[in-house]
Each structure stands twice: as C-alpha cells, then as structure tokens.
Design a protein around this ligand. Structure first.
Ligand code: RB5
Length: 145
C-alpha cells in the first residue's frame, strides 16, 4: 500500500508525527508538504493528494489541517474520492468497513498525536466489508456522474 500525505500550516506538526508512524510501520508514502510553516491554502494540498489517489498513483491519502474540515471538504470535491473527517477510532474502523474511504482527514487542533496515531493505524488496517455497503458506494459514485 502506498500513501499520499499532506497538510496545511495548521497540520504540519501532526503530519510529521503520522509520517513517523508510517515509517515505523514500513508503509510506503509520499509527502506532498508543505515544506515550511508559512500560511498556505489547504485546497492546494488536498488536491495534490486527492488527485494522486483518484488517478491511481496512490492507494490512500491522509490530509491534516487545523480542524480537518477544510481538507475533507476539498478532498470530497475530487471525483472518486471518499474522504472522512475522523477524530475517534470507532469511526476510523467504520468508515473503512462501511464507506470504503480512500482519504482520511484529521485536525491537528482537535486531537492529540497519540489518538491520531491510533486512528491512522485503525484506518489503514481495516478492510472494506463489501456486501450491502458496496451497493451504497455504487450509489455514491452515481451521485458524482
Ligand atoms: C488554517 O488557519 C485553518 O483554517 C485550516 O487549517 C483548517 O482548519 C481549515 O479547515
């Protein structure tokens, strides 16, 4: 599995923490920045990751901003992206199992690094359940078209 990850200035610290986690796990990733703490616009960074996932260059994406809200809104504008804003482990598992989300958004100003690590691990390790949920994903896809 290869992950694309980015943040805005509001998510820089948590992004580094999650990159450390990916390295500890041996999970391949590409970091789309930003490379400084200067104020940047989250749609620019959300689109880099989301297009990478939608175009099949990455299996999944992780986006972090101050709240995670801007990143999740931006990611879900990209066709083929199902992004969930997650701040608890239960939802991390459910949104993989039921929604087959391919992008995870989190807010650095909302949760601590320990919980964020647990969320990412749960999200990466939970498989889509298929079955009745697959029908619902098909309906989501139909809404895009
Ligand atoms: C930046 O100040 C902040 O607005 C951004 O990180 C994010 O929370 C937007 O949704």
């Amino acid at each position: 599995m290869k992950i694309a990850i980015s943040s805005d200035h509001g998510g820089n610290i948590l992004r580094q923490e999650i990159i450390s986690l990916l390295e500890e796990r041996g999970t391949a990733y590409e970091d789309f920045g930003p490379t400084t703490d200067e104020s940047v616009d989250y749609p620019d960074y959300a689109s880099a990751v989301s297009l990478g996932v939608a175009e099949g260059r990455f299996d999944r994406g992780i986006l972090i901003c101050g709240t995670g809200i801007g990143m999740s809104i931006a990611a879900n504008k990209v066709k083929g992206i199902r992004c969930a804003l997650v701040h608890d482990v239960f939802s991390a598992k459910a949104t993989r199992g039921h929604n087959n989300t391919n992008v995870l958004a989190m807010g650095e100003r909302v949760i601590g690094a320990g919980l964020a690590r647990e969320i990412v691990e749960a999200w990466l390790d939970t498989e889509f359940e298929g079955g009745r949920h697959a029908r619902r994903i098909e309906k989501l896809t139909a809404l895009e078209n």
